[in-house]
Design a protein. Structure first.
Length: 255
């Protein structure tokens, strides 16, 4: 990507949730001259916030969870742990404000290819392996996302790298334009049903990893998942299987 996305049009943004992702989003916004109102129902305290708590342009509203979105913000950036059904989020949408997640905020600032991985299990192992393979091949690489280092932090330090991003369903709920050149959905099993009303809703969140891909992008799927049997990404599909040959992709042959 070559543009800063919507950030260049904002004067003040609300960051909802000041955990690891929220702090990275806050730093990115402040570094680009956007004032930040950080809201969190908990109060993490100065030890967790560190120098960020004293950053110019930052207002902290901690230990409370307002239901109304303030009138003097241009956008709301959600941390992954904040459900999109929260009253403040609904209020922001009713006001016509853009509501996006930390990953979506960072994506326009990437200056290299983005590879993305999601699934109920095995995400961290897969992105770590992919990152190691790219590094062994001589490519600068950033392994980031749900694995621990937010994409907002990675983009500010590694222009030109390949970004290998682990994504949870929570992070995928709030994407809009996020488009990886290659994306994998490793598997699907019942999970997070305290947040999703059923497995179908959880599956739809996971499938969003492919939704902005074009015909030349790559989508990777398991060949043996009953939950994903009828799903096809829009790009070039590759399959993997630990038990049987596949025509397009790879499989395990343990003979």
């Amino acid at each position: 990507m070559t543009e800063d996305g919507p950030i260049s049009r904002w004067n003040r943004a609300l960051v909802y949730g000041i955990g690891v992702s929220g702090r990275a989003a806050t730093r990115l916004l402040l570094d680009r001259g956007v004032e930040v109102l950080a809201v969190d129902a908990r109060d993490p305290g100065p030890e967790e916030l560190g120098e960020l708590s004293r950053a110019p342009g930052l207002e902290l509203r901690l230990g409370s969870d307002p239901e109304e979105c303030p009138a003097n913000v241009d956008a709301v950036v959600l941390s992954p742990g904040v459900p999109p059904q929260r009253p403040l989020v609904i209020s922001a949408r009713e006001k016509g404000l853009p509501v996006l997640g930390e990953v979506e905020l960072a994506f326009p600032l990437t200056r290299g290819p983005v590879l993305a991985v999601t699934g109920s299990n095995g995400k961290s192992t897969t992105v770590a392996l992919a990152g190691a393979m790219l590094e062994a091949g001589g490519r600068p690489v950033e392994v980031c996302g749900n694995i621990g280092r937010p994409l907002c932090a990675a983009v500010t330090e590694s222009p030109g790298a390949v970004f290998v991003v682990e994504l949870s369903s929570f992070q995928l709920e709030s994407i809009r334009d996020f488009r990886p050149v290659a994306a994998a959905l490793l598997n699907l099993s019942p999970d997070h049903l305290d947040r999703y009303s059923n497995l179908r809703e959880y599956r739809r969140a996971k499938e969003r990893i492919f939704e902005n891909q074009g015909p030349d992008d790559i989508g990777v799927l398991p060949a043996d998942s009953a939950f994903l049997d009828a799903f096809r990404p829009p790009g070039r599909v590759r399959y993997f299987s630990p038990s049987r040959p596949v025509e397009e992709g790879c499989f395990l042959d343990d003979r």
